[in-house]
Design a binder for this molecule. Structure first.
Ligand SMILES: [Zn+2]
Ligand SMILES: [Zn+2]
Ligand SMILES: [Zn+2]
Length: 211
């Protein structure tokens, strides 16, 4: 397939064997682009526009432009691949992010993917349906600050609301608080609204303050 080079405008034939699509630049322009990018990289500048990039490959302006273009085309903002997930990044990138943040190891994304599949995309605590990038949250069964580790036996997917409530509690503690909530709710419902409030301050404190 013949293509017009984006750099010099000449017609050329060169297909990327990896993607099966034609290259945007002819071989001559590709070489000069590579040299220019290497120079910009060495100087710590943005590879696209040569503005200061603060040690990154691209400047914030170019990153914003590329992300917006990916979003418009329905592609993942992070990897550029096809994105059928609800958010701006694909399920794979979302899982990698969760594995990196929760387990300190993004390569474990396949493991937590299998885990949510095994759970049938349901919260391990409530049985509610959950979805990655929406309502699913990776939980350490024994919380990290209570001695729980990152091993697979200590992991499960729960609804994000459950994980917020659980925070650094154990299952037993969470259940205890849930029971207290339900009990208190029914008691309040049964109680007449006219019941006088209990004394707000310990005895003597108000007198001491006013004397
Ligand atoms: Zn060219
Ligand atoms: Zn730039
Ligand atoms: Zn992605």
């Amino acid at each position: 397939m013949e293509t017009t080079c984006k750099g010099c405008g000449l017609r050329f034939v060169s297909v990327n064997s990896r993607t099966g699509r034609p290259f945007k630049h002819c071989d001559v322009c590709k070489t000069s682009l590579r040299v220019r990018r290497a120079d910009r990289k060495a100087a710590g500048k943005c590879r696209d526009c040569a503005r200061g990039a603060g040690g990154k490959t691209r400047c914030p302006v170019c990153i914003r432009r590329i992300k917006a273009s990916l979003r418009r085309r329905g592609r993942c903002e992070s990897c550029g691949g096809a994105n059928t997930a609800p958010g701006v990044i694909c399920a794979r990138c979302a899982l990698k992010g969760i594995a990196r943040r929760s387990l300190g190891d993004k390569t474990r994304w396949t493991e937590i993917q299998q885990l949510i599949e095994t759970q049938g995309f349901r919260c391990a605590v409530t049985g509610e349906l959950i979805a990655v990038s929406e309502t699913a949250s990776l939980d350490h069964i024994v919380p990290k600050n209570r001695g729980g580790g990152h091993e697979s036996g200590n992991l499960r997917w729960v609804h994000i609301v459950v994980n917020r409530m659980k925070n650094d509690m154990t299952d037993a503690e969470l259940l205890r608080w849930a029971e207290l909530l339900v009990a208190s709710r029914s008691k309040l419902d049964a109680q007449a609204v006219t019941t006088p409030p209990a004394r707000a301050w310990p005895g003597g404190m108000v007198a001491r303050l006013s004397s």
